[in-house]
Design a protein around this ligand. Structure first.
Ligand SMILES: [Fe+2]
Ligand SMILES: [Fe+2]
Length: 188
């Protein structure tokens, strides 16, 4: 009969490591939300043609959800005795502004593909934050993190659906690694 080896209890230093990992991921997410919000602001403002009205409204809503995430993550960081990293804030502010302004001069496919890929990364980021928070005994944050994973997943699916049939998608997916999640069929 096989001997059952009891799982060793997690040490205080394991928990400290997971708490530090949670904080590091949340700091990256906090600044990432800033870049996303500014990029989306540029994006919806560039969609001034009447036939783009629906996309303009949706991306404006997504921008507001990214600001909301930033607010929630900022509160979590403060409760954990941490705060934003200044250098990361500066870098992400510049990136968000740069991509936001690029939407006025570039085509449609590039910004939408970049947004979908970014949202996929955000899903993973909040999933990882939840894993570390759980291990660190910070389960109080799990419901909010799960909600953010769900919202980022919805954002990824929205941008993915916009370019799912674009002729440039196969090449972009080969080069950059992200392809839109499978669409849920209408009758499922
Ligand atoms: Fe977000
Ligand atoms: Fe998002």
């Amino acid at each position: 009969m096989a001997t059952v080896v009891p799982l060793s209890p997690r040490s205080a230093s394991d928990e400290a490591t997971d708490r530090a990992a949670t904080v590091a991921i949340l700091q990256a997410a906090y600044s990432g939300e800033l870049a996303a919000a500014y990029a989306y602001r540029g994006h919806w403002k560039s969609l001034w043609r009447v036939r783009r009205t629906a996309a303009r409204c949706e991306i404006r809503l997504i921008e507001s959800e990214e600001w909301h995430h930033r607010h929630l993550v900022g509160e979590m960081l403060a409760e954990l005795g941490a705060g934003p990293q200044r250098w990361r804030e500066a870098v992400m502010w510049s990136i968000g502004r740069f991509f936001g302004s690029l939407c006025f001069v570039g085509g449609w496919f590039g910004p939408v593909y970049a947004a979908g890929r970014l949202e996929a990364a955000n899903v993973t980021q909040y999933e990882q934050a939840a894993v570390h928070a759980d291990r660190a005994g910070l389960d109080v944050y799990l419901p909010q993190l799960a909600e953010m994973v769900e919202t980022e997943d919805r954002h990824e699916r929205y941008f993915g659906a916009l370019i799912a049939d674009h002729p440039l998608l196969p090449m972009a997916a080969r080069l950059l690694g992200w392809r839109p999640p499978a669409r849920v069929s209408d009758d499922s």
